[in-house]
Design a protein around this ligand. Structure first.
Ligand code: 13P
Length: 262
C-alpha cells in the first residue's frame, strides 16, 4: 500500500498535569525499556515541564524523543510563570504541543495566540505538534469542517505552507478527549482526509508527507482500527500514556500496522 510511503507513524504520549517525580522516573524507564523493540515508528513523550530534565537524563541517546506540552513566545523576558522554546531546546526537547484543546478552552488561547506560538516554536527550532479539534456542539451543528478549516487556515497564514514540513498535526475532537468516547475510525479518517485535502490545495508534496495523528481516548483496543485508516499516521495519547503497558501496546499496534503495510 502506498499510504505511508513518506510518513513514518508516530505515537506520542501527552502526560498532561500528571505524575510525581518518582512515578515519572518509573514510567519513562519502563517505556524506554519496552520500546527498544520498535523500529518502524517514532515515539515521543510529553511530561510536564518539571519532569523534562528527567526525560533528558533517561532518554538521551535512545530512540525516544521528548517534548513539552506548551511554551510561550520569545526567548526570555518578564513573563512570570512562562517557559520559552529556547529553554525547551536547552533540555533536549525536539517537540512541543501547540494549541491543545485544553490550552484553547481552559487557558483562553485563541487563534492568534496559537498561531504566534506555532511561529515561536519553529523559530526556536522545535517541531510543533499542532492540535486541532471541534467540540460536541460544533460537531452536532455540522460545523466540524468549518472549525478545523479555520484553525488550520490561521496556522497556515502565520507560518506559511512550507513550514508544515516541520510540523505534525493532531486531530483531537474535544468530545473524545478523556471521555472514553473515541471517534470511530471512519469518523476520524473523514476529518483527517479533509485536513490533508486543505494542505493539498496549497502544496501536494507537503500534504502527502505531513503526519496527521489522531487523539481522543486512544487505547490499545481501539488503536489498530484507527491506524489502519489511510490518513491516520499515529496517535496523540492522553490517559493511556500514563501506563507503560497500555502505551507500549498502542506503540505495538502502530508498529504492526506499519510493518503489515510495507
Ligand atoms: P485522552 O487520550 O485521555 O482522551 O487524551 C487525549 C489528549 O488530549 C491527548 O493530547
Amino acid at each position: 500500500m502506498q499510504k505511508r510511503e513518506q510518513r513514518k507513524p508516530m505515537v506520542a504520549g501527552n502526560w498532561k498535569m500528571n505524575a510525581s517525580r518518582e512515578a515519572a522516573q518509573a514510567l519513562i524507564t519502563a517505556i524506554q525499556q519496552g520500546a527498544t523493540a520498535f523500529t518502524a515508528i517514532d515515539i515521543a513523550i510529553f511530561p510536564s515541564f518539571v519532569h523534562l530534565p528527567l526525560a533528558e537524563h533517561l532518554l538521551k541517546n535512545t530512540a525516544i524523543a521528548w517534548g513539552a506540552q506548551n511554551m510561550y513566545l520569545g526567548t526570555a523576558g518578564a513573563f512570570t510563570g512562562e517557559v520559552s522554546g529556547a529553554m525547551l531546546v536547552d533540555y533536549g526537547c525536539q517537540y512541543v504541543l501547540i494549541g491543545h484543546s485544553e490550552r484553547r478552552a481552559l487557558f483562553h488561547e485563541d487563534l492568534t495566540m496559537v498561531a504566534a506560538k506555532l511561529k515561536a516554536a519553529l523559530e526556536a527550532k522545535l517541531k510543533p505538534i499542532l492540535c486541532l479539534g471541534e467540540t460536541l456542539a460544533e460537531r452536532e451543528a455540522n460545523q466540524t469542517e468549518n472549525v478545523i478549516g479555520m484553525q488550520l487556515q490561521s496556522a497556515i497564514d502565520a507560518v506559511g505552507i512550507h513550514a508544515f514540513n516541520q510540523i505534525v498535526v493532531a486531530y483531537e475532537p474535544v468530545w473524545a478527549i478523556g471521555t472514553g468516547l473515541t471517534a470511530t475510525p471512519e469518523q476520524a479518517q473523514s476529518v483527517h482526509a479533509f485536513i490533508r485535502k486543505i494542505f493539498a490545495q496549497h502544496d501536494v508534496v507537503v500534504a502527502n508527507s505531513m503526519r496527521i495523528l489522531y487523539g481522543g481516548s486512544v487505547k490499545a483496543d481501539n488503536a489498530t482500527g484507527l491506524f489502519g485508516m489511510a490518513d491516520i499516521d499515529g496517535a496523540l495519547v492522553g490517559g493511556a500514556s500514563l501506563d507503560a503497558k497500555s502505551f507500549l501496546a498502542i506503540c505495538q499496534a502502530a508498529e504492526q500496522t506499519e510493518i503489515a503495510m510495507e
